[in-house]
Design a protein around this ligand. Structure first.
Ligand SMILES: [Zn+2]
Length: 392
């Protein structure tokens, strides 16, 4: 079968996959990249415009004469609900299909209240924000939710989440869909932060690790452009890898010498208390570092080296081009990152680090909600979801 026969089957769904990146293209450009006749492209583009998914884009600078019409994704066609539910706070946002936030709210919310109270708040907030953005509920194309524990992505159920009592195997999509008729995607918070970081600061980067350092330590891994979730949804759970320095330090998981027991916010605070420095938690450590406390700076730098020890193995395994350090402890800034770099650049092979950037998260506290939005948009614009919209 020749190329023309194969491309003749290309429908609106496939054409839309080209246009969804938001880059404006002319009919001629679309004909060239698909191999379809211009007349066929014209029909398909018209169909996408009728659905509201594609819109004409005016050319900014014309070189004389009438500029050719260009088309691109219409980000306002639908909206998604994005929720980043943390251990003690939650953020809900309504975004358009270009991930631009239309309305957003963050409030203290205790995850240990259990799934029904937490999801009820999330849902009510989403509906209030939707009204604020002036959009009806039928405009929701998908709902993305991040939670602070391992999730079986295919079913959206948390699996043995250590800090989420009452949530084990709870059917989050099933519950949400009783109230809102839209696809619901659920993932763990570090995975969505990786998606958010990439969308915000590293678009197009195919190999990125996001490392969250807070009360716990975990990583979200994007490899070959795809989030790696693993068999049980715990890929990237690097907090319980043993590090050389901590052989006798007990960890909440029951083992000794785990990375989390040495380099998390509470672990650094505990170490500082042992040296007579008044630090009750990770926030205190951040404040001490910001005020130039030498003991705190040294402790944070050592924590960075411990994290670097584990990341050196990750670099050998995954060969990322970006490692972004986020989570509440990343607010200490360069001292932590310097420790990470010191070890990773010294201990990794030159080829693996030749183009490796180890940086502070740019998305910062927005990484989670931005990633939840990306998760929902990815689904909403996928060929399968769009096919349903076309045939509906
Ligand atoms: Zn442990």
């Amino acid at each position: 079968m020749g190329g023309e026969a194969a491309s003749a089957g290309m429908g609106v769904t496939e054409l839309f996959q080209l246009l969804r990146d938001g880059v404006p293209r002319t009919r001629a450009q679309l004909a060239k990249s698909t191999g379809l006749a211009r007349s066929t492209i014209a029909v398909r583009v018209d169909e996408l415009m009728r659905m509201g998914l594609v819109t004409p884009v005016a050319e900014a600078a014309s070189t004389g004469g009438r500029p050719p019409s260009q088309f691109a994704l219409n980000p306002g066609a639908r909206v998604v609900v994005a929720a980043d539910i943390g251990a003690s706070h939650a953020t809900v946002a309504i975004t358009d299909l270009g991930a631009t936030i239309l309305a957003e709210r963050t409030e203290p919310l205790d995850i240990t209240l259990g799934p029904v109270p937490v999801l009820t708040w999330t849902l009510e907030t989403a509906l209030a924000l939707l009204a604020e953005a002036g959009r009806p509920a039928r405009d929701i194309a998908a709902i993305g939710i991040g939670v602070p524990g391992p999730v079986e992505f295919s079913t959206g159920r948390p699996v043995n989440p250590p800090i989420m009592p009452g949530w084990d195997r709870f059917d989050i999509p099933g519950w949400v869909r009783q109230h809102l008729d839209a696809p619901v995607l659920v993932d763990n918070d570090v995975n969505i932060m990786a998606l958010g970081e990439r969308a915000t600061a590293w678009p197009g980067t195919e190999h990125l690790m996001f490392v969250k350092i807070a009360t716990g330590i975990g990583a979200g891994v994007i490899s070959g452009g795809q989030l790696l979730r693993g068999a049980q949804g715990v890929a990237g759970d690097i907090g319980h890898v043993r590090v050389a320095r901590g052989s006798d330090v007990p960890c909440s998981c029951g083992n000794r010498g785990c990375l989390e027991a040495l380099a998390s916010g509470p672990a650094i605070a505990r170490e500082l208390r042992g040296q007579g420095v008044d630090a009750q938690n990770g926030n205190d450590v951040v404040d001490l570092v910001k005020h130039g406390n030498i003991d705190a700076i040294q402790a944070v730098r050592q924590a960075g080296r411990d994290i670097g020890e584990v990341l050196t193995a990750c670099v050998s395994l995954m060969n990322p081009s970006v490692i972004a350090i986020g989570g509440s402890m990343a607010r200490v800034g360069e001292h932590l990152i310097a420790g990470v770099r010191e070890v990773v650049y010294t201990r990794s092979t030159p080829l693996a680090t030749e183009h490796l950037s180890i940086v502070q998260s740019s998305a910062a506290e927005n990484a989670g909600v931005s990633g939840a939005s990306m998760l929902a948009i990815e689904h909403a614009l996928s060929p399968a979801a769009l096919h349903m919209l076309v045939t509906a």
